[in-house]
Design a protein around this ligand. Structure first.
Ligand code: IMP
Length: 422
């Protein structure tokens, strides 16, 4: 199948960067379809660690064309600086050649970042725990039909008029919130300058991708965040503001819903950054040990990630809504010496037992576990499934049984070659 979509199965941070990097070696196009620079995709390259926020992970491969699709929200100032940093690292980033930007992608402005912080402040103890990058307000403006798009940066008159009306609306409530008024002239000047830098890359990426698809080119759709952060299908309201599951791959690229291979990335345990329900969370010292063993700190914000046991109820749900026909299980090596627990059902507040993912009361769900014998061996140098300790093999088989999704790849370390194919 020429098109593969990679999605995070839970709340993001499953190690998609490494998997995309691995798959991109045999891909013509790598495409981001949603989210913005709230994402942090980590690659461990021979030259060291590289964290990408907005630029697709295929940029480290000489032969791939990287596309920021129309479903992504782009902070043009951030994008210019991310490109500059990548070039400083010696990577080839040529706008219009190996990096294309959708003219339809909406802009994140400094005002959105301020709104994001202000909304979080107003929510008080009910805060979402956003990355503070202005993602939600940018998508809100898109829905309110006052957003600006990358293509506007190339059309000074449209840009000026769009800014005038956006600033007029925002300044009314900025004043009531006690925030400094926005200055449309300064914004216009800064955006125009960023537009000049980005100009060669701003194209109709949907048309490019449809043509590539028709020509049988191999396209890799790089999900950001995870299915349970999807604005509609996730743990609402503790979600991001985009369609992070597979559905967003169509609307966020302009590709038609043709046959697509969907690969779900799941950690061998579970993690979450920010607030919101997390039934298998470990709030004790075992959770702290897991965080330390897996170095579970956000690659965008540096926040400690909440850690817990593998949740097959959640993974089965996400697998269903994303259409994942296979799983890549990452960080198996981290579970060395830990108990191997898998959540197989929830007890709900009314006493019922369910294996279905509930839309409400998830914070009150009590997980029911099965426990398997643990392993104590170092897995990082193992490259064949049959060479894994029997208990590690049995754990992977149990994940397949409880999720109903075959595990095709197991990752046993952060580096490119630390994978086991089945
Ligand atoms: P926002 O996307 O910044 O609005 O944040 C909304 C929620 O999504 C928060 O819980 C964030 O921690 C979470 N989030 C956003 N991006 C990522 C990501 O790339 N990985 C993990 N969590 C994320």
């Amino acid at each position: 199948m020429p098109t593969t979509c990679v999605v995070g199965i839970l709340w993001g941070d499953e190690g998609k960067g490494k998997v995309i990097d691995f798959l991109a070696a045999e891909t013509d196009y790598v495409v981001r379809f949603g989210g913005g620079h709230n994402a942090g995709h980590t690659l461990i390259l021979p030259s060291g660690k590289l964290v990408l926020h907005l630029v697709p992970s295929g940029v480290v491969h000489a032969h791939t064309t990287n596309v920021i699709g129309n479903g992504v929200v782009v902070d043009p100032i951030h994008l210019c600086s991310e490109i500059a940093k990548l070039r400083d690292r010696g990577l080839r980033v040529e706008l219009g050649r190996n990096l294309l930007l959708s003219e339809r992608a909406h802009l994140i402005l400094e005002a959105h970042r301020q709104q994001d912080h202000w909304h979080e402040h107003l929510r008080g103890s009910g805060k979402i725990g956003t990355t503070g990058r202005g993602i939600g307000p940018a998508y809100s403006d898109r829905c309110s039909r006052i957003g600006l798009r990358l293509g506007d940066l190339l059309r000074p008159e449209r840009l000026r008029a769009g800014l005038q009306s956006l600033v007029q609306q925002k300044n009314a409530w900025f004043a009531s919130a006690g925030l400094a008024a926005l200055d449309p002239d300064t914004m216009y000047r800064d955006l125009l300058a960023a537009g000049e830098t980005l100009r060669p890359g701003i194209v109709d990426t949907g048309a490019v991708l449809r043509e590539a698809n028709a020509a049988g080119k191999r396209i890799l759709l790089e999900g950001a965040q995870g299915c349970l952060l999807d604005v509609e299908l996730g743990t609402y309201p503790f979600v991001t503001s985009s369609h992070a599951s597979t559905g967003g791959a169509f609307s966020g690229t302009g590709l038609p819903p043709h046959a697509m291979r969907v690969v779900g990335i799941a950690k061998a345990y579970a993690t979450r950054v920010g607030e919101g329900p997390f039934p298998t969370e470990l709030k004790d010292e075992v959770g702290d040990q897991l965080r330390k063993a897996g170095n579970e700190f956000g690659s965008t914000t540096g926040r400690p990630r909440r850690c817990g046991w593998f949740d097959s109820v959640a993974v089965r749900y996400s697998g269903g809504v994303s259409g994942a026909s296979e799983l890549v299980v990452t960080n198996l090596d981290v579970l060395r010496g830990f108990p191997l627990r898998i959540c197989v059902a929830y007890r709900m507040p009314d006493g019922t037992r369910t294996t279905q993912w509930p839309a409400f009361d998830l914070e009150l769900a009590v997980p029911e576990y099965v426990e398997l014998p643990s392993f104590s061996e170092d897995l990082r140098e193992i490259r064949q499934f049959a060479k894994l300790p029997l208990n590690a093999q049995n754990y992977i088989r149990a994940l397949e049984t409880h999720t109903g999704i075959p595990v095709r790849v197991v990752s046993v370390g952060p580096e490119r070659q630390q994978v086991i194919l089945r």
